[in-house]
Design a protein around this ligand. Structure first.
Ligand code: HEC
Length: 97
């Protein structure tokens, strides 16, 4: 019985921490977007993202599918950004003001 409880506890800890990491849009933004869009999304090589009129879904689309009408790196899907990361980072971009 004790062993089972330990197992449950360990599983919970692991799933909580992966949830936290998987959803940290701010960290993903700093690692993969800030170099071009600025640490506060104020714009640098890329345009400012704070206050963007794009919806979170449109941002996810741009990151995961790319858009032929856009300049690189968004012409093509960003391979460095997983589907989950794209969602987390899009939600983060929407919090920038
Ligand atoms: C290598 C530089 C670079 C990186 C890295 C980069 N971007 Fe961009 N981004 C650009 C450029 C340049 C544009 C403008 C493209 C255009 O308008 O043709 C752009 C445009 C965008 C747009 C559209 C803005 C608008 O108003 O139309 C969004 C949204 C965006 N980037 C999000 C992101 C996110 C989120 C990340 C990180 C996962 C990221 N970008 C990483 C350079 C970059």
């Amino acid at each position: 019985m004790k062993k089972l409880l330990m197992l449950v506890a360990i599983t919970l800890v692991i799933s909580f921490s992966s949830l936290a990491f998987g959803q940290d849009g701010g960290a993903i933004f700093k690692a993969k977007c800030a170099g071009c869009h600025g640490p506060e999304g104020q714009g640098k090589v890329g345009p400012a993202l704070k206050g963007t009129t794009l919806s979170a879904d449109q941002i996810v689309d741009l990151l995961s599918k790319g858009n032929d009408a856009k300049k690189p790196p968004h012409k093509k899907p960003m391979v460095a950004v997983s589907a989950d990361d794209a969602k987390a980072v899009a939600a983060y971009v929407k919090t920038l003001k």
